[in-house]
Ligand binder design. Structure first.
Ligand code: DGL
Length: 268
């Protein structure tokens, strides 16, 4: 493994781009490979075994491209599969954690709302995270079915998206939440709408920048930080062949997307 090798970043779809942009901003000289498994998004309503199998197939693809580290830029895949993945693969791996710790530090009302997928909320990881901060603040988890799909469609500000955001955010505001944690990597793309609906006095935070810092320190620790002087290339791959998610990636990032075929034994 060499410092000039790329870092592999993946998500069930386009959401991980919100993490990728933080990585690219902090470490512009790193070569990055991004896989959007949009043919199978959302992961949230799929069985754990399926998510593990998809994650494994994507990591094998990354390994065939000689990556030096992996970023699981998906809270749902982290919750469902990261323990097993760390057991299988012996290379630096960064995974998601909803930004509950900074939220608890910033709340004045003592109430924090967490927007995430049901699978993330119901996971062991999340219950442990909740328990860790339960004495410091009231943490209210809000599942948001349908929001990932809206981002996959590129509907960042449509009437349907606004209505869903309102449906999920208003109950949290009614319970006096003054910090909202975006516990799904798709949601930072909805931050302008979420912030507008929540109002200026509510803080809306995510963990993208913290994940980028974590990757930086891990690469540094392993002596793997890129020493290139030129900007690192960012390459995009999508499992979707209908052009939808690819169009969204191209719009959000402004780069062309390659189609990626990764077989799995399940059929959806
Ligand atoms: N971006 C994924 C996450 O962070 C979306 C989840 C899904 O596909 O259900 O959880």
């Amino acid at each position: 493994m060499h410092s000039t090798c790329p870092v592999g970043v993946f998500d069930s779809g386009v959401g991980g781009l919100s993490v990728l942009r933080e990585i690219h901003q902090l470490m512009p000289h790193e070569e990055l490979l991004y896989v959007a498994d949009s043919a199978h998004a959302p992961y949230g309503d799929k069985p754990k075994e399926f998510i593990l199998e998809r994650s494994t197939a994507i990591i094998e693809f990354f390994l065939s491209h000689k990556v030096k580290a992996i970023v699981v830029a998906c809270n749902t895949a982290t919750a469902a599969a990261v323990k097993e993945l760390r057991g299988i693969y012996d290379l630096p791996m960064v995974a998601m954690e909803p930004a509950v710790k900074p939220a608890v530090e910033q709340t004045h009302t003592g109430v924090v709302g967490v927007l995430a997928t049901s699978r993330t909320i119901n996971s062991n990881n999340f219950q442990i995270l909740f328990a860790r901060f339960a004495e410091q603040a009231q943490i209210i988890a809000q599942p948001c079915p349908g929001l990932v799909d809206q981002v996959e469609l590129g509907e960042l500000d449509s009437a349907k998206t606004r209505s869903l955001v309102g449906q999920f955010v208003f109950p949290l505001l009614e319970q006096k939440a003054d910090v909202l944690v975006l516990g799904c990597t798709h949601y930072p793309f909805l931050k302008p709408v979420i912030q507008e609906i929540a109002g200026a006095t509510v803080k809306v935070i995510d963990s993208g920048a913290a994940i980028a810092r974590r990757l930086h320190s891990l690469l540094q620790h392993h002596g793997l930080l890129s020493d290139l002087n030129s900007p690192g290339e960012v390459q995009f791959f999508s499992s979707s062949d209908n052009g939808g998610a690819d169009k969204v990636i191209s719009e959000l990032w402004g780069s062309p997307v390659k189609t990626l075929e990764l077989l799995n034994k399940y059929s959806y």
